[in-house]
Ligand binder design. Structure first.
Ligand SMILES: Cc1cc2nc3c(=O)[nH]c(=O)nc-3n(C[C@H](O)[C@H](O)[C@H](O)COP(=O)(O)O)c2cc1C
Length: 168
């Protein structure tokens, strides 16, 4: 089955994970790039006002792929907003897709609304939603602070181990 990995990353973690996933399963890979500079403030405004940021031309022949894997961070409980423009277009173009994210968790807990958001934005049930948390990678004792979770950058070794967990 031909697979395309589509990813967006703000600080690099999900980019690294997406590339390892694509390499492991020999999938094609494509990055979502935004037209405007991303800041913490625009993350907040996108989420608060349900905005759909503009992305650079995304020239993909979706009919070539039977399976899509989206990889992106979670922001304030929502899937990173640059994916929204693409999700909007997708419902006529795809049948099988999954969502993967390495993220910090919402107050240390799993992000519980990802599947629901995907359903709302694509009109399609995802095959899988996989959201390993950074706290599961860092040592549990002492419990990592919010600052440590935000500052964490995925190492090659951790990315390698994560891929084994993420892929069936
Ligand atoms: C403004 C902001 C809000 C965030 N909110 C969440 C959240 O609600 N849930 C979560 O799991 N992680 C959250 N995170 C953590 C990121 O998802 C995490 O750092 C991720 O690995 C970053 O991915 P990237 O390096 O690919 O951009 C947030 C990060 C930022 C900067």
């Amino acid at each position: 089955m031909k697979t395309l990995v589509i990813y967006y990353s703000f600080t690099g973690n999900n980019s690294k994970l997406a590339q390892k996933i694509a390499m492991s399963i020999n999938a094609d890979i494509k990055e979502i790039k935004e037209k405007k500079n991303r800041t913490i403030l625009t993350i907040l405004l996108d989420v608060l006002f349900n905005r759909i940021p503009t992305i650079k031309d995304f020239d993909i022949q979706f009919e070539l792929y039977e399976n899509l894997i989206f990889v992106a961070p979670v922001w304030f409980g929502k899937i990173a907003t640059p994916l929204r423009a693409l999700f909007k277009e997708l419902n006529v173009k795809i049948e099988v897709y999954s969502f993967v994210s390495i993220s910090a968790g919402t107050n240390g807990e799993k992000n519980s609304n990802l599947e629901k958001e995907l359903m709302q934005r694509t009109g399609l049930m995802p095959k899988a939603v996989i959201n390993p948390l950074i706290s599961e990678i860092l040592t549990a004792n002492p419990k990592p602070s919010r600052k440590q979770l935000d500052a964490y950058r995925l190492s090659d070794t951790d990315a390698h181990d994560l891929v084994k967990r993420v892929l069936p």
